[in-house]
Ligand binder design. Structure first.
Ligand code: ADP
Ligand code: MG
Length: 890
């Protein structure tokens, strides 16, 4: 069963101070031309500037001059520049940073053949930056290196410290393993490479923390076709069908650094060993390239140097094992693939695809730099597409987090590379504008400095003292031999056998020897006492140091306890916060559901309303269509009516014309034959009378009517014809007109008129206020020349009755007007106009002398036969032709 993997807690990203940022350091290296006769298109102007001009074939003439472009860098290394110079300026600060626990990235960029590999790795006899970096690291940390396996890298880009004993056990275990078939054990370096590491400068970092122990780990990977391969992976050797290398994945560690999972990391203890590992990787790369028909210039190689360091304990004896005291920094040395475009190398098939991908990863690098620059220059927050390629993803945190980034732009000044070199220069120019957060200094461990040497001094003193006493500190056997040696240095005892009584030599010799021994013993005991004293003082010193250590540990313990207590309260606070937040989330979720419900309801309502609106719109359309139909129908009806009326009028006019002709004929007859007035046939006279009755004589304005004779004298009293049309409505007023001696007629008859000399017509009409207005139209009766009767109107008396309810009488709710208000107002309008017409002709304004002709008067404004039966009361019973026609009968 697999053990459950616990997730490593991720540390929050270190807040980076925007003021502490450094631009990416971009340096330029111009390699010498391979042949002296080659055309050159790049010149070094000064220490920081190069000038590039188009070669003969490319020159673009402008105003007679060709374009030259200058590019500036942090520093330019010309063709005479040596590797050491470049290393001192570019790589040394990165190594110093590495030893101070800071990360660094150095990459070479340029077209194939521009000297990237020469710069990074070097050429035989002329080591590049990589071996020089290794040399400087080991020169600096050499004496302070930890024993192998004291530092142990984990699989999450972290490092642990194990005890000396564990490290020793692991060493023994590893030594027992069969040595893999690699040249590592033999130290047989390829002479080509052996030359490269033969760096004589002995460059070293001055300020190395001597109370720390160090270990170097190296790994070597290759990115090809956007796949990552481990160049140090020990694969079983299969000569017949070698397995293709397995690609590796990228992962982010808790400090947001990217790392290659399962990548081989070899602990190395010297420059030779480290370079040997590199060489092994390089060899593997070459083999893979040959076997898989790949082009090495198309892959990116990354050599990673990791430096683990941890402080010694207070005694300077052992390495502190606390994880937070361990620092792991790394320096990545990247030899990028050639930056040239695909067509330049005439890649085909598989290689083209690979080349495309390589270009893709360099393109992604360019895009990332571009976006970073834009974000930094204009304060935008565009996403940097690091993840688009493995190359940029691997170095994401250098740009995003912190670290020193340096780039060496390699250019070959030959004319053929002009265009590609221009691209390289442009990219370099852009890269210089990108800023990277400066790495922060590593916190000190808090122990008193100089522990390693204090401890060493103690040891040295002890060893010296023991040496003084006759030998090194050792075990019991050693102590015995010391005693024996001491005894041997004692003067030997002479023989103490007394064979002769007179022997006076033996005893004195013995005495002397014994005295000598006594002296020596005394000396030894004195020395012993002194040593004891010294030992006692040493012990006391040790005790005091133990006590101070104890105090220190106790202090630290209480400090830690305080921290733990603080963290506990923080934890409680956070838990409470979590609870409140959970509660809030709960409430918010509930609110969200309520709002969603509301939203649903509102949407439904909206839908129903919109449906209703649609319905209404279609109804409206239908109604409109119907109304249009009605309008068209009415228009047609009225057109027909108009035509009908025009025809009737034409007929009437023809009749009138005929009557006038007749009259004219008669008049002509009268004028031509005044004396012998022939007796007209009675039939003709009757017809004339009928005409006189029905039609008034032709209007002769201002012609006074001929009063032939008074039928009666005035003294005899005036006789009235009281003409009351039957259509009149009884007004039932208290005051009624009363005419004495009147002949009341319903229709005007010539017979009645012949008998009377006064005529009165009681005419009713609707006043503009809706009331019935009664008019008494009075006139004098005359006999016409033709023998008929004519009436000359002299006066109009208006009788008006007012009701407090006004118009309401007309439009009582019990009799709703089907035509509505518009029709009603139209009615009133026509009616008023008619009444005004009567008043204008017969009113006092025109004077009594105006003669109302008996001829029927056509009023074009009267609706005539179209009058509705449901009109106002006084119209109700009236015959077609109404007001004007009724007047016409007079
Ligand atoms: P790259 O890696 O860019 O394709 P290399 O580093 O392999 O180019 O260089 C191609 C050739 O040019 C090598 O033989 C190398 O020795 C030579 N070369 C490159 N740069 C220099 C230099 N600065 N001085 C001398 N020779 C150089
Ligand atoms: Mg190369």
């Amino acid at each position: 069963m697999k053990a459950a993997r616990t997730k490593t807690p991720r540390r929050p990203k270190k807040p980076t101070n925007p003021t502490l940022k450094d631009p990416v350091g971009v340096y330029c290296r111009v390699r010498p031309l391979s042949r002296a006769d080659q055309e050159c298109c790049i010149e070094v102007i000064n220490e920081t500037t190069v000038q590039i001009h188009p070669p003969e074939g490319y020159r673009v003439f402008r105003n007679g001059e060709y374009r030259e472009t200058q590019y500036s860098f942090k520093e330019v290394f010309g063709t005479l520049g040596v590797q050491k110079e470049l290393f001192d300026v570019v790589a040394k600060p990165l190594v110093e940073d590495l030893i101070r626990g800071k990360n660094g990235l150095l990459f070479t960029y340029g077209v194939t053949g521009s000297g990237k590999t020469h710069t990074m790795t070097g050429s035989p006899g002329d080591g590049g930056l990589l071996p020089r970096c290794l040399d400087m690291i080991f020169n600096s940390i050499g004496p302070f290196q930890a024993k192998r396996f004291v530092f142990k890298l984990d699989d999450k880009n972290g490092v642990d410290v194990q005890s000396e004993v564990d490290a020793l056990l692991e060493r023994q275990r590893r030594d027992a393993l069969p040595v893999p078939k690699t040249p590592s054990g033999k130290r047989h370096l390829d002479p080509e490479f052996a030359d490269m590491i033969n760096v004589q400068e002995h460059c070293k970092v001055e300020e190395v923390d001597e109370d720390n122990v160090y270990s170097v780990f190296v790994s070597y990977i290759e990115i090809y076709n956007n796949y990552i391969y481990d160049l140090l992976e020990e694969a079983p050797f299969e000569p017949i069908k070698p397995k293709p290398p397995q690609s590796k994945m990228l992962r982010e560690d808790q400090n947001h650094n990217m790392y290659v999972t399962g990548c081989t990391e070899v602990e190395v203890k010297s420059t030779e060993e480290a370079f040997e590992v590199f060489w092994r990787g390089q060899k593997k790369r070459r083999i893979a390239n040959t076997q898989l028909n790949r082009e090495s210039s198309r892959s990116h190689s990354v050599f990673i140097i990791k430096l683990a360091q941890a402080p010694l304990d207070a005694d300077g004896d052992n390495v502190l094992q606390e994880k937070e005291q361990i620092t792991l920094s790394q320096l990545s040395l990247v030899d990028l693939a050639g930056s040239e475009r695909t067509n330049r190398t005439k890649a085909e098939g598989n290689r083209l695809r690979e080349a495309g991908n390589i270009n893709q990863s360099l393109m992604t690098l360019r895009t990332c730099i571009e976006v970073l620059r834009e974000n930094q220059l204009y304060g935008t927050n565009k996403m940097v597409p690091y993840r688009d390629s493995k190359l940029t993803h691997l170095f994401k945190n250098y740009f995003d987090g912190e670290g020193k980034v340096r780039m060496i732009v390699c250019v070959n000044p030959k004319a053929e590379d002009y265009e590609e070199s221009l691209q390289v220069m442009r990219f370099a120019e852009m890269t210089q504008e990108v800023e990277v957060a400066r790495p922060v200094d590593r916190p000190l461990c808090g122990l008193t400095p100089g522990r390693r040497f204090r401890n060493q001094a103690f040891r040295e003193e002890l060893a010296r003292k023991l040496e003084m006493r006759g030998g090194p500190l050792g075990g019991e056997t050693e102590e015995q031999s010391v005693a024996e040696m001491l005894l041997q240095t004692f003067p030997p005892l002479p023989s103490c056998e007394l064979l002769d009584i007179n022997d006076d030599q033996t005893l004195p010799k013995l005495i002397e020897a014994l005295e000598q021994r006594q002296k020596m013993r005394q000396m030894l005991s004195e020395e012993f006492a002194k040593n004891v004293l010294a030992f006692k003082t040493m012990l006391q010193e040790f005790d005091s140091s133990v006590i101070s250590k104890e105090h220190y540990i106790q202090g630290k313990l209480s400090e830690k306890e305080k921290i733990i207590a603080g963290q506990r309260t923080e934890l409680e606070r956070l838990e409470k916060k979590i609870k409140t937040l959970e509660y809030k989330i709960d409430i918010l979720e509930k609110t969200a559901t309520i709002y969603e419900e509301d939203k649903r309801n509102l949407q439904q309502e909206l839908e129903s309303k919109s449906q209703k609106l649609q319905r209404q719109a279609s109804d409206k359309k239908r109604l409109e269509a119907r109304l249009q139909g009605m309008v068209a129908e009415t228009t047609m009806k009225w057109e027909k009516e108009c035509e009908r009326r025009v025809a009737a009028k034409q007929l009437e006019m023809q009749n009138k014309l005929w009557v006038k002709d007749e009259k004219l004929k008669q008049l002509k007859a009268i004028v031509t034959e005044p004396k012998e007035k022939p007796e007209r046939p009675s039939r003709e006279r009757d017809r004339e009378k009928a005409v006189q009755r029905s039609l008034s004589p032709p209007p002769v304005p201002n012609a006074p009517p001929v009063r032939l004779r008074h039928r009666r004298s005035r003294s005899a009293g005036e006789r009235w014809v009281d003409h009351k049309p039957p259509s009149n409505v009884p007004t039932e007023t208290v005051l009624q007109p009363h005419v004495p001696h009147a002949i009341t007629v319903a229709t005007a008859s010539e017979k009645a008129l012949a008998k009377c000399d006064k005529y009165m017509l009681t005419h009713q009409e609707l006043a503009s206020d809706g009331e019935i207005e009664t008019k008494l139209i009075k006139g004098d009766v005359f006999k016409t020349r033709g023998g008929g009767q004519a009436v000359q109107f002299t006066d109009i008396e208006t009788l008006k009755q007012e009701s407090p309810t006004g118009r309401k009488r007309r439009s009582s709710p019990s009799q709703p007007d089907p035509l509505g208000e518009a029709a009603d107002s139209e009615w009133t309008d026509v009616e008023t106009r008619c009444s005004v017409a009567v008043e204008m002709r017969a009113g006092s304004a025109l004077g009594p002398g105006y003669q109302h002709h008996a001829q029927p008067k056509w009023c074009w404004q009267c609706p005539g036969s179209a009058l509705p039966s449901s009109g106002p009361p006084h119209w109700a019973g009236r015959a077609a032709g109404s007001l004007c026609c009724s007047l016409g009968t007079v």
